[in-house]
Design a binder for this molecule. Sequence first.
Ligand SMILES: [Cu+2]
Length: 69
Amino acid sequence: MVTTTYQVQGMTCGHCVSAVSAEVGAVTGVSDVQVDLATGRVTVTSESPLDTNVVRAAVDEAGYDLVDE
Ligand SMILES: [Cu+2]
């Protein structure tokens, strides 16, 4: 299992957290998504390393932005 942390911009409430969790959780290979609303940190557990662009697309689909680090 691989754990990767991303920074997401624009989340303001529990609904945002649910939207991001649902979209990122639907990415192939992802088994767990933990969102910290206060910091915008999204921790994703997956079977193998994820393509950042795929995660970015999922976050975008939810209506938020992945911040480059
Ligand atoms: Cu919200």
